[in-house]
Design a protein around this ligand. Structure first.
Ligand code: PNS
Length: 162
């Protein structure tokens, strides 16, 4: 059984993330999408909310599990017998950041956690959770970026009636 983790903030999950999830789920037997509980950030959605949203958004993909973690990814992966981390690459600007994370994880895990990159579908290459939040906060249209039920929850957070 080849298990992989797709870690991230997913605040909120976007069509870009969902594209990576669908494709990674075809490559691995089990894909664990795991939400980072990052005490240093102030997210729009709580970890519990993000987990629920991801569960709903991935309910039709049977080999996807949704979870959350705190602390180091290498410790979480080791505890769950996972040796591959999946990340999406949108553009060259993601590459330096992702390379650093991948190399850090390789070092910290003593080579036990490898990283696999999937290039984001061009259709969603411009989409990020941050821009989704910024657009929504001004009442803009995020229907091209996130599923409708996610958009509703984002607008609710900003008290915007749509
Ligand atoms: O969606 P994001 O915020 O770009 O995801 C970043 C993430 C969660 C992959 C990364 O911050 C992470 O794995 N954090 C956990 C702490 C850790 O393991 N740090 C060492 C590697 S930088």
């Amino acid at each position: 059984m080849k298990r992989a983790v797709y870690p991230g903030s997913f605040d909120p999950v976007t069509y870009g993330h969902l594209d990576i999830i669908k494709r990674a789920a075809e490559i691995f037997d089990v894909l664990v999408v795991s939400v980072l509980n990052n005490k240093g950030k102030t997210p729009l959605f709580s970890v519990e909310e993000r987990v629920k949203i991801l569960e709903e958004a991935t309910k039709d993909i049977p080999n996807v599990q949704v979870d959350s973690f705190s602390g180091l990814l290498v410790d979480y992966a080791a505890a769950n017998d996972i040796h591959v981390s999946v990340r999406g690459l949108r553009a060259i600007t993601d590459f330096e950041y992702e390379l650093q994370i991948a190399q850090t994880n390789a070092k910290l895990s003593g080579g036990k956690l490898d990283s696999v990159f999937l290039t984001t579908n061009l259709e969603y290459a411009y989409v990020s959770s941050s821009t989704v939040k910024e657009i929504a906060s001004f009442g803009g249209d995020i229907s091209q970026c996130v599923p409708d039920f996610v958009a509703e929850k984002v607008y609710e957070k900003y008290n915007i009636k749509k």
